[in-house]
Design a binder for this molecule. Structure first.
Ligand SMILES: Cc1cc2nc3c(=O)[nH]c(=O)nc-3n(C[C@H](O)[C@H](O)[C@H](O)COP(=O)(O)O)c2cc1C
Length: 347
């Protein structure tokens, strides 16, 4: 479902796109942002040269995410993608995050008036919006280039977040243990299990949201240290075959915590923007990310991570980065189903 034309194709067109065409292109890109359980908790309203991005609270995970933190991070990732799409069209986005205290679900308004050609970095990032995929498993043995990790840390700071790389085998193993504790606790909790089941679909499903069976391995892949993934298949035997590399554990990759100094909705938006910048920057270097939010959904484990690894600042997401040949795929709702013209009601 590739509805995005390349920046060079668009810039080569003599006529400027209309505001409606720009909004359609921007939303067609933004929907490919990552979101927790692929809930895609967003909708957009377009009017004139402005798009408003709203969180869709009907898609919030009320058990795993009662405060809406992960929903807002997901919307932040969509916001970064929308801004990047405007840059790829040669516009300079002007963004107001959480512009109206009376409308907490209004995540941002983005307008475009001025023009400037996209930079090579922006073009490169944009190329990966549709192709980037979440990885679920181990990575190749080679360590990542230190330059890439430094660039990712600088990128996170640009978006008001911080990327903390966890080094030292003891520390990595301890953090893996925290993920395992969270995963075990969730598997024993009926409310979590039932909520996750609502966002997972069986093989062959035509559903356009949630986590499809083509997105994760049928046999969980062991990593060293072991960072267990979510139990999407829940005993059904669903998932991609042929994903496992035998019994030997593969590398867990570079383990990182994306953090913010405060823990307000604006910080969650920042974390989401930083996350998408990081995922796309990594993708341009052939590096994929595995995301683990299990321990951050349990307040006692989030607090434990904050005090042990965060120096008191707030962990928003745990990621592992590495090189891999990816076979996973994903799905999205049609952009038209989440875009309303000015004055239109929430879809
Ligand atoms: C806030 C947030 C938390 C996430 N947590 C997890 C997680 O714990 N485990 C996982 O496998 N994927 C996690 N993901 C990745 C989503 O499942 C993924 O983005 C979604 O299924 C869409 O797939 P894609 O990223 O391949 O396009 C998370 C994503 C976000 C934005």
């Amino acid at each position: 479902m590739n509805t995005l034309s390349s920046p060079s194709e668009r810039l080569a067109r003599p006529e400027r796109p209309t505001a409606e065409e720009v909004a359609a292109q921007v939303v067609a890109a933004a929907v490919w942002a990552p979101s927790v359980h692929n809930t895609q908790p967003w909708w957009f309203r377009a009017g004139g040269q402005e798009i408003s991005l709203y969180a869709d609270a009907t898609r919030q995970l009320m058990v795993a995410d009662p405060g809406g933190r992960e929903m807002t991070i997901s919307c932040g990732a969509a916001l970064f993608t929308a801004r990047l799409a405007l840059r790829s069209l040669g516009y300079i986005p002007e963004t107001r995050v959480l512009p109206d205290p009376d409308q907490p679900l209004l995540i941002a308004r983005v307008s475009w008036q001025r023009r400037a050609d996209p930079t090579e970095y922006e073009r490169q990032l944009f190329r990966w919006v549709l192709q980037r995929r979440t990885h679920r498993g181990g990575f190749g043995p080679l360590p990542l280039a230190p330059e890439l990790l430094t660039a990712l840390q600088g990128g996170a700071e640009r978006d008001g977040a911080m990327l903390h790389i966890i080094t030292g085998e003891g520390s990595r193993a301890a953090l893996a243990g925290v993920v395992e504790t969270a995963e075990r606790a969730m598997r024993l909790d009926d409310a979590y299990v039932q909520e996750l089941a609502k966002w997972v679909s069986p093989p062959g499903s035509t559903r356009a949201d949630g986590v499809p069976a083509i997105a994760y391995p049928a046999l969980p892949e062991h990593t060293d240290p072991y960072f267990p993934g979510r139990d999407f298949a829940h005993g059904h035997g669903w998932g991609l075959p042929g994903f496992s590399f035998g019994m030997a554990a593969r590398s867990a990759g570079a383990v990182c915590l994306l953090m913010t100094v405060e823990d307000r909705p604006a910080d969650w938006v920042n974390a989401g923007q930083a996350l998408q910048r990081m995922l796309l920057t990594s993708a341009t270097c052939g590096v994929a990310a595995a995301l683990h939010s299990q321990p951050l959904e349990l307040p006692w484990l989030r607090e434990y991570i904050r005090s042990h690894w965060g120096n008191g600042i707030y962990p928003q997401l745990l990621l592992r980065l590495g090189t891999v040949i990816q076979t996973a795929a994903s799905v999205r709702r049609q952009p038209g189903s989440v875009l309303k013209a000015s004055g239109g009601e929430q879809p």
